[in-house]
Each structure stands twice: as structure tokens, then as C-alpha cells.
Design a protein around this ligand. Structure first.
Ligand code: UD1
Ligand code: CA
Length: 489
């Protein structure tokens, strides 16, 4: 907490969110760009380093509390058992702090848990104006194209100052025509807030304690009531249903992509590219169409990812190239390549210049520098040394039905196509294995492992068993041409 930090930020997140039509998730746990709605509110609040960060929870409170503990442990949940209105919610939060002996002195910011586009910067501007103007309360407002449903800002005809906020359900027709609305975000003087909340009644259309009534109460008591009008009304958009959820995701994604492009990342098709908030990057990374970067994915300098790739919590090294790939918890080294059609699962680690090719799945395995698994393979629980080439269609047979075992393949090996490595098994440095081998025993360094049945040919089998077939006719024609037809195996 610094000198300019608010004493507290209170995030209101107890409401039901009935219009989300969800039986599983409370509204504030729905996600936008890799973070829950309430997570966005908490992240914006944290930028102000408040003395106290309280989240008022109610609807599906166990789920919200669990989520906060796991992802935002800096936020203190306070339960509002019944949702008796925004004023009641703030009062509940302040009473919980007081019960813990925390007396607030300074500014209290109240914000909502369902406005994911609201930034720390906007909250800071609100707190700044509030302090500069010496207000008792400052409300963040916006001029919107469709004010329906919002509380309207009533301004004094003489001086233009904010006089009161009237809710849609309590408003006259003339008031409903006002297009400046209450965002639901405020800066209050802590002491004045406590006093004003004590005076709020439930004498309104919804029978609730309205936080918005505190403005008129403070103004009548002679305190300054200020307003900051949001530069862009979209910054304060609240989410009530899944249409608005998708709209907010689009807007936030556009913001994240714009920031990446301004930092030197090429995004070929912003319309089909999706970034989570935690994604990071270096200049000259190129993102090809239909690509989703999730979680803490990082793009190294000059790498190329996509098209058609979904990368989660994955690090892509400088100059690496990853196409048509699904990756989760993987590391792709400098100048390494993956795909097209690769699946990199948790713990897949490709060193510099390593290659994972087409239809290859890698899990919990390291590929050394320049190691290659080019085609149609499964590599799980394996270590593959530098400069080794794994033949097409190979499988590390890592699972015996109960336990997982490791396969170790040394440096500069050449394993044949269609090998099964029955783990645990070790192939020494520089060793070869024969195509089609089932490798059940270790192969010494420099050796050749052969693990397959001897072939035998049964001459004339087709003529005897499939007489008259096209195969038999082709064989007869070959014999007539004098083609060499071996008689014995
Ligand atoms: C509220 C404002 C309205 C504003 C709008 C902005 C009041 C009386 N009205 O209206 O002026 O334009 O927000 O979106 O404040 N909540 C609780 N406990 C409660 C009630 C609400 O935590 O008892 C939370 C909700 O979860 C939500 C926020 O407070 O995050 C706003 O509540 P909501 O019911 O959506 O208020 P609105 O009617 O939209
Ligand atoms: Ca609302």
C-alpha cells in the first residue's frame, strides 16, 4: 500500500446472474480471455495496491470462495447471505472489516464483479479525480447508446453537478431519456460512506438498500459529489448474459491483440486469433490465422505459430515454428519445430532445433538438441538424446496397465521405423535398431537391436488358395513374362 493507495476496494459479486442461465457456474466465474469475471475485477483492484481487497460473495458462494482462494488469494471474501441490494452489500463488507478491528480511513473504491473491461487505469483515474476535487463521493459514469436497465445520472440544472442516481424501475419517463448512466463504480471517503449507508432505506421499487442513494444523502449533507465520465463507454460494460459475455471477450481480445501488435508481434488475422490476458511475447513473433494462445503461453523472438494451433501454458523459443499443433504445458526450444499436426502434452520439452513432425504425440519427454521424431509416433515418458532420429511410426510402450515406465534413447541413435520400445528400456548412444522391432531389452551403445520374426515366403500360395482371382492372374502373367518367382523361402 502506497501513499496514494485506497484504504479498501470492495468488489460486489454476490448477485445471482439469473440471465446467464447457468446451473453450474455463478455469473462471476464465467471466463473472458483466460480469467474469470471476478478475477478481472480483482486484478484491476490489485493494480491500486489497496489496504484491503474485499469481494462480497453470496450466490454459489462456496464456488466463488474456492476460486478466489486458488487464484486470487490476496482477496478477502465476505459473505452477504441475502442479496438485499448494493448498499447492503457494501455495508456488509465494511461491517466484516470493522468486526476484525479494521477501521478504514481514506478512500474506499466500490466496483462490480461483472465488468471485465474495467482496468486498473480507469480505477486509478477515478481515485485521482476523487482526491484532487476533494469529493465525498465520485461516481464513474458513461454516456451509452442504450441506457435501458442502468441507473441514470441526474445533474443539477444550474451547475451540472451530480444530484442523484435514479434506478430504471424508479425513474420517470423524462429521467429514462437520460443517456448518462451509473457504471456501478465509485470512490468514497470511508467515514462518509459508513455514515451515509446507515441512512439508506429500502423505500424503492425493489425494496433494496441502494448504494446509489448515498450520493443524494451526501449531497444534501453538503459534501461534494463528483463524476468521472468514462472516455469509452465500452470500458464499463457489465455482463448479464452470454451474449454480452461473448461481446466483452471480443472487445478484450481486440485490446490484447492491439497491445501485442504495437509491441512488434505480427497477427495475420485478428478476427480468428485469441489471446488470454497472461500471454507474453517478444518482437517479430508471427501468429498465423485461427490460433488460440492460452494461459501463460510465451512467444519467443521471431517464432511462428499457427495456423490452426491452440497453445496453452507453452513456451515457444526464438525462431521456433509450430503449425497446426495443440500444446499444453510444453516447451519448444529455440529454432525447434512442431507439426503440422503435432500434440504436445504436459512435460514435452524440445531442445534447440529439435523436431516433432506430423501426427506425433509427445508427453513428459525430453528431446535433445536436434533430435527428431518426424512421423506418426507416440513418445511418452522418454528421454531422447541429441542428434537422434526416431523412425516413423514408433511407440514408447510406457504403460503396463498399472505403472508408467521410462524409455531412454541415447545421443545420435538411428532407430528404425515401426519400433515398439517396451519400457523400461534403454538404447545406448549411437545405437541403431532394426525396422519393425519390438525392443524389450536394452541395446548397448553402438549396437544394433533387432527384435522381429524372420520372414518366410510360401511359393505358389495364391495359385493354390485363391485360384482364378485377379491376384492369381497377375502372378501367372508375371511367371509368363519370366519374372523371377522364388520357389522357396
Ligand atoms: C446497479 C446500480 C445501477 C447501475 C448498475 C451498473 C444500484 C442500486 N444500482 O444496478 O445504478 O447502473 O448497477 O451495472 O446500485 N450485488 C451484490 N449484492 C446485492 C446486490 C447486488 O453483491 O445485494 C452485486 C451484483 O452481484 C453486481 C452488482 O452488485 O455485481 C450490481 O448489482 P445488480 O443487481 O446487477 O445491480 P443493477 O440492478 O444492475
Ligand atoms: Ca447489473
Amino acid at each position: 500500500m502506497s501513499a496514494n493507495s485506497p484504504a479498501a476496494v470492495v468488489v460486489l459479486a454476490a448477485g445471482g446472474g439469473t440471465r446467464m442461465k447457468s446451473n453450474r457456474l455463478p455469473k462471476v466465474l464465467h471466463e473472458v480471455c483466460g480469467r474469470s469475471l471476478v478475477g478481472h475485477a480483482v486484478a484491476a483492484a490489485e493494480e491500486l495496491t489497496p489496504g484491503q481487497l474485499v469481494v462480497v460473495i453470496g450466490h454459489m458462494r462456496e464456488k466463488v470462495a474456492e476460486h478466489l482462494a486458488a487464484h486470487h488469494p490476496g482477496a478477502r471474501p465476505v459473505v452477504q447471505a441475502e442479496q438485499n441490494g448494493t448498499g447492503h452489500a457494501v455495508r456488509t463488507a465494511l461491517e466484516a472489516l470493522a468486526a476484525d478491528g479494521i477501521e478504514l480511513d481514506g478512500t474506499v473504491i466500490v466496483t462490480t464483479g461483472d465488468a471485465p473491461l474495467l482496468t486498473g487505469g480507469t480505477l486509478r483515474a477515478l481515485a485521482g479525480a476523487h482526491a484532487e476535487q476533494g469529493n465525498g463521493v465520485t461516481v464513474l459514469t458513461a454516456v451509452v447508446p442504450e441506457p435501458f436497465g442502468y441507473g441514470r445520472i441526474l445533474r443539477d440544472e444550474a451547475d451540472g453537478a451530480v444530484a442523484a442516481i435514479v434506478e430504471e424501475k424508479d425513474a420517470s419517463d423524462a429521467q429514462r431519456a437520460i443517456d448518462e448512466i451509473n457504471s456501478g463504480v465509485f470512490a468514497f471517503d470511508a467515514k462518509l460512506l459508513v455514515g451515509a449507508l446507515a441512512e439508506v432505506t429500502t423505500d424503492n421499487a425493489q425494496g433494496e438498500e441502494y448504494l446509489t442513494d448515498t450520493l443524494e444523502i451526501l449531497r444534501r449533507a453538503g459534501h461534494r459529489v463528483g463524476a468521472v465520465v468514462a472516455a469509452d463507454y465500452r470500458d464499463i460494460l457489465g455482463i448479464n448474459d452470454r451474449v454480452q459475455l461473448a461481446h466483452a471477450r471480443r472487445l478484450l481480445n481486440d485490446r490484447l491483440l492491439e497491445r501485442a501488435m504495437r509491441a512488434g508481434v505480427t497477427v495475420v488475422d485478428p478476427a480468428t486469433t485469441w489471446f488470454d490476458v497472461q500471454v507474453s511475447y517478444e518482437p517479430d513473433a508471427v501468429v498465423l490465422p485461427n490460433t488460440q494462445l492460452q494461459g501463460e503461453t510465451h512467444l519467443g523472438e521471431g517464432c511462428e505459430v499457427g495456423p490452426n494451433s491452440t497453445l496453452k501454458d507453452t513456451r515457444i523459443g526464438a525462431g521456433a515454428c509450430v503449425s497446426n499443433t495443440t500444446a499444453n504445458g510444453a516447451e519448444v526450444g529455440e529454432l525447434a519445430t512442431a507439426g503440422p499436426y503435432a500434440y504436445l502434452r504436459p512435460g514435452a520439452r524440445l531442445a534447440r532445433k529439435a523436431k516433432v513432425g506430423t501426427y506425433v504425440e509427445v508427453k513428459n519427454s525430453e528431446l535433445g538438441e536436434g533430435a527428431k521424431v518426424p512421423h506418426l509416433s507416440y513418445i511418452g515418458d522418454a528421454t531422447i538424446g541429441e542428434g537422434t532420429n526416431v523412425g516413423a511410426a514408433s511407440v514408447t510402450v510406457n504403460y503396463d496397465g498399472v505403472n508408467k515406465h521410462r524409455t531412454v534413447i541415447g545421443a545420435h541413435c538411428r532407430t528404425g521405423s515401426d519400433n515398439m520400445f517396451i519400457a523400461p528400456v534403454t538404447i545406448g548412444d549411437g545405437a541403431y535398431t532394426a525396422a519393425g522391432s519390438v525392443i524389450t531389452n536394452d541395446v548397448p551403445a553402438g549396437g544394433l537391436g533387432v527384435g522381429r520374426a524372420q520372414q518366410r515366403n510360401i511359393a505358389g500360395w495364391v495359385e493354390r488358395k485363391r485360384p482364378g482371382s485377379t491376384s492369381a492372374q497377375a502372378a501367372a502373367a508375371a511367371a509368363d513374362r519370366g519374372a523371377e518367382v522364388p520357389t522357396e523361402a
